[in-house]
Design a protein around this ligand. Structure first.
Ligand SMILES: *Cc1c(COP(=O)(O)O)cnc(C)c1O
Length: 430
């Protein structure tokens, strides 16, 4: 019996899909202890947007550690913290004309969400939060209260209160006007919905199954929030840091959220780090009213600053992400067209892509086939019905294409050979 089985809690999950012992990693590849190589289309659930052990970030990190600098600092001033704030301001906020105060809420994404919810409640003096169907915001109690998944919610062990789920974009397949229900509840003093402090939303739901909101829907949501004096929180923990192309996933929609949650790839190196960005006039906490031990992880500041300089000084990365995203999207469209009876649907934007596969358990089977062919790819959605890819943004095009080819093979291994597309049939006939 391995030490993992003997000592570690059975709550572990990813190690069940990929039952090997990983050891080394570089860029888009990882190796297990038997030296078997895998292409990584999971990228730490989006925590490794610049790949494993990115050499530019690594060099800065090694220099920092080798010169005995401050590693831990709570929220004391340090040179690394200053450098982070300066580069975040000059490379991310200023070029986008965004004005936010930076809260360091703790090391993980859930810390950022908790801080956002707490602050929204303090600012407005209200309790209620509106969330969306199939949202995922983290595993702590506040974050779980605005998360959709029933299995995860069940783990709370106490009632999850003061949050009301509303239909996300596309929930009714376009048969109902956007925000019909929410707008009606807000305007009706008999609706039973207390006036919300905030709405929390993902522009593209990753864990929820690669559900992408339209820019018009996001704009209408911002408009609704402003009309009703409700704060708009965008959880950009997984879809921010370039995952959809632009640094923030809401840039295309042109909205300006009141509060933004960032984590996963903000350090760029897989080192824990989270931010809660707040509109300056909402920055009303007393000193220490929200704090924590791990809010000054300098190695994360160092790699984050290096990533801003390397990847966010111009739009090279953004353009590359959009181009590679198109390649992935076309591949998923082609697969979907090859299996008309299975009602597959290609989803997503940028380098967050999904293939919806409604038949029970099939997406997981395909992910298993991919693993046996040396590709790490996960599933998401309420019934794990979406094959979900989050390759490193820096992936070489050849590796992207190789991974996509493995997905095509894995789909064929489970569903059989695709039917030739109309176009190919024509070619054959002529
Ligand atoms: C991962 C994630 C979180 C939670 O972050 P943790 O670091 O796991 O606490 C919250 N929101 C979204 C959208 C996420 O993808």
């Amino acid at each position: 019996m391995s030490i993992f089985d003997k000592l570690e809690s059975q709550v572990r999950s990813y190690s069940r899909s990929w039952p090997v012992v990983f050891d080394r990693a570089s860029g888009s590849r990882v190796w297990d202890e038997q030296d078997r190589e895998y292409l990584d289309f999971f990228a730490g659930a989006g925590a490794l947007n610049y790949g494993h052990n990115n050499p530019v970030l690594k060099e800065k990190l090694i220099d920092y550690l080798a010169s005995d600098r401050i590693v831990h600092s709570l929220d004391m001033f340090t040179t690394a913290r200053r450098e982070f704030l300066e580069t975040f301001s000059s490379h991310i906020l200023e070029p986008r004309d965004l004005d936010y105060r930076v809260v360091f809420p703790g090391p993980g994404g859930a810390n950022s969400v908790e801080a956002a919810l707490k602050l929204a409640r303090k600012v407005t003096g209200r309790e209620a939060i509106v969330s969306f169907t199939n949202a995922f915001h983290g595993m702590t109690l506040g974050a779980l209260s605005v998360t959709g998944n029933s299995m995860k919610r069940g783990g709370a062990g106490i009632p999850l209160v003061h949050a009301t789920p509303m239909p996300y974009d596309g929930y009714f397949d376009g048969t109902n006007p956007d925000f019909q229900y929410l707008e009606r509840l807000l305007g009706d003093s008999g609706s039973g919905l207390n006036r919300p402090a905030a709405v929390i939303v993902e522009t593209l739901q990753g864990e929820g199954g690669i559900n992408s909101a339209r820019v018009d829907w996001l704009r209408a949501l911002q408009d609704l929030c402003r009309r009703h004096d409700i704060l708009l929180i965008v959880d950009d923990i997984q879809m921010g840091c370039g995952r959809t192309g632009t640094f923030f996933s809401f840039e295309e929609a042109g909205i300006k959220p009141d509060i933004i949650c960032l984590s996963k790839s903000i350090s760029g190196y897989g080192i824990p780090m989270a931010l809660t960005l707040v509109r300056p006039d909402l920055d009303i906490w007393e000193p220490g009213e929200h704090n924590g031990t791990f809010r000054g992880i300098s190695p994360a500041f160092v790699t984050a600053s290096a990533a801003f300089r390397e990847y966010w000084s111009d739009d090279t990365l953004e353009k590359a992400v959009l181009a590679k995203g198109e390649i992935a999207g076309e591949c998923f469209d082609r697969i979907a067209a090859g299996y008309p009876d299975h009602e597959l649907v290609a989803r997503g934007r940028g380098l967050a892509r999904g293939l919806y596969i409604p038949a029970d358990g099939v997406a997981d089977k395909i992910a298993g086939e991919a693993f046996s062919r040396g590709l790490l790819v996960e599933t998401s959605g309420p019934e794990s019905e979406v094959l979900k890819i989050l390759p490193p943004l820096t992936i070489e095009q050849a590796d992207l294409e190789r991974g996509l080819a493995i997905i095509e093979e894995s789909v064929a291994a489970v569903l059989g050979a695709p039917t030739p597309s109309a176009q190919e049939t024509e070619l054959v006939a002529s």
